[in-house]
Ligand binder design. Structure first.
Ligand SMILES: [Zn+2]
Length: 245
């Protein structure tokens, strides 16, 4: 079912970094795959770019309080999946600009520090899907900044020389996986880890109203699965790029 040979399918443990805009984005887009990878011995780090501090309509909730609640929720979700660490970049929700050189530099800094073989990010080209889904601009902008950082900047000696001056040597990212893309070319069967994905999403209690979101997650995974193979119970979709260095 997979068109692309990936280094994560080889037995060698790999370092994988999942960059995403808001707490719970990764649970929606890749948590079933992440759980498979941690079980296989790969080391997964989450990198959360914003606090998700605008994710409420409750007039009694302050942004800084919500940010703290959501950090805790994200740590708990990561623990369910066997994620090694969560890095919080601390940007303000709903302010990301994918072409912001400061943002790109800070993402390159994280990449050169944790040296991932594989980077995951959101789709910078996804403006909307069906009539009921406009993509959050942070998702697009996070994707744009992460891809620009992964290729070429993280591996480019001449890019961001101030980071090199700090001792952060260039690092070559081997693969970029775009999560939940407009047009996928790679699918992961998550039948075995679907319940873990749902359990991880449940940790984001501040964002979940009743069981509709959890059912929505289950149905989305099932829809992707059905598109790939008639009997496939659940899947996640990606577009995978192999960088040539
Ligand atoms: Zn989001």
């Amino acid at each position: 079912m997979n068109e692309t040979e990936s280094i994560v399918d080889q037995p060698t443990p790999r370092r994988i970094a999942v960059f995403y805009a808001h707490p719970d984005d990764a649970e929606w887009l890749c948590a079933g795959t992440v759980a498979k990878w941690t079980r296989a011995g790969h080391e997964v780090t989450y990198v959360q770019i914003t606090h998700g501090d605008k994710g409420t309509d409750n007039p009694d909730m302050a942004g800084y309080r919500l940010a703290a609640i959501r950090r805790e929720e994200q740590r708990n979700a990561a623990a369910v999946l066997g994620v090694k660490d969560v890095i919080f970049m601390g940007r303000e929700d709903n302010t990301l600009n994918g072409r912001d050189r400061d943002l790109q530099r800070e993402i390159v800094r994280v990449m050169r520090t944790i040296k991932p073989d594989v980077v995951l990010c959101q789709d910078p080209s996804l403006w909307w899907r069906e009539a009921d889904y406009i993509n959050h601009p942070d998702h697009r902008n996070a994707g744009e900044a992460v891809i620009a950082a992964a290729f070429p900047s993280a591996g480019s000696r001449m890019s961001f020389p101030e980071l090199l001056a700090e001792g952060l040597e260039p690092v070559k990212i081997r693969e970029i996986w775009v999560m939940g893309p407009l047009a996928g070319d790679h699918w992961e069967d998550i039948t075995e880890t679907l319940e873990l994905k749902i359990e991880a999403l449940k940790q984001h209690a501040s964002q979940i109203e009743g069981t509709a979101d959890l059912e929505g997650l289950r149905n989305w995974a099932a829809d992707i699965g059905r598109r790939i193979e008639p009997n496939l119970g659940a899947a996640e979709e990606f577009r995978v790029f192999h960088t040539s260095g």
